[in-house]
Design a protein around this ligand. Structure first.
Ligand code: C5P
Length: 236
């Protein structure tokens, strides 16, 4: 871990949120710390940010109970030059992102928020969404939806949505720092909790640019997903 005291001009900081408990994943260990090819999922995620040239700094958000373990068992053994701090998260993902945002220095211009539970993100895709974030102020990785999607109520279809305009959004999502701060302040004032950062920025009527990613950047959700991630990250 780099020395937090050694301040340097930072342009794009990443907030890696890893403070969830992962109810659907089961077991004692939250999914972001499950072993994938012998290493915690978080390590695979961090490696991509470490090697991405567009990322200057990485802040990790973990549950209070995991702070020491992450520092002693993960960061002490991996040489991550960009990780500047590990901070405690909150009850909801939004609280955890907010904690990460509060820990950033005022010199940050752009913020990339990423789910630790998406270890198959590629450094090249991170670069593309950061460049779009810098160009447009707000951008997210996403994939076009191939299945037909229906709105359902009490197990009965109410509506078939127009597939041609539907995208499944992923992370990283990249925003101008001031814009994301403004979105978080507005959400806090209005007591609004949404499932991604883009939605908070959309509330300000700010256009969020879609950057096409790929389906490998999926979010680990159930235990079987570890095998799928291993087949992507450790082929053959
Ligand atoms: O629960 P879900 O899979 O949607 O979480 C997405 C990401 O947000 C995960 O990496 C998880 O660790 C993180 N998270 C968090 N703090 C929470 C809830 C989720 O950092 N309170």
């Amino acid at each position: 871990m780099s020395n937090p005291g050694s301040l340097r001009a930072v342009s794009t900081s990443a907030i890696i949120v890893a403070a969830g408990q992962g109810q659907r994943f089961g077991g004692e260990t939250p999914k972001q710390f499950a072993l994938l090819g012998g290493k915690p999922v978080l390590v695979w995620t961090l490696r991509q940010f470490e090697t991405c040239p567009e990322i200057d700094e990485v802040v990790i958000v973990v549950h209070q109970d995991w702070l020491q373990q992450v520092k002693a068992d993960i960061l002490a053994h991996e040489q991550f030059q960009k990780v500047s701090r590990v901070v405690p998260g909150g009850v909801e993902r939004q609280d955890s992102v907010s904690a990460g945002l509060s820990s950033l220095s005022a010199s940050v211009e752009y913020v990339a928020v990423h789910d630790a539970a998406r270890p198959c993100v590629r450094a090249e895709a991170i670069s593309r969404v950061v460049l779009a974030g810098r160009a447009y102020g707000a951008a997210t990785l996403a994939v076009a939806i191939n299945d037909t999607v229906k709105r359902v109520r009490e197990q009965v279809v109410c509506e078939t949505l127009d597939r041609s305009s539907l995208w499944a959004v992923q992370t990283p999502q990249v925003f101008k720092y001031d814009l994301l701060i403004q979105a978080y302040r507005a959400a806090s004032k209005d007591h609004v909790y949404l499932t991604d950062d883009s939605a908070l920025v959309e509330r300000l009527d700010y256009p969020v640019r879609i950057v096409e990613g790929d389906s490998d950047n999926f979010k680990l959700t159930v235990p079987g997903d570890i095998k799928r991630a291993e087949s992507i990250l450790i082929p053959g």
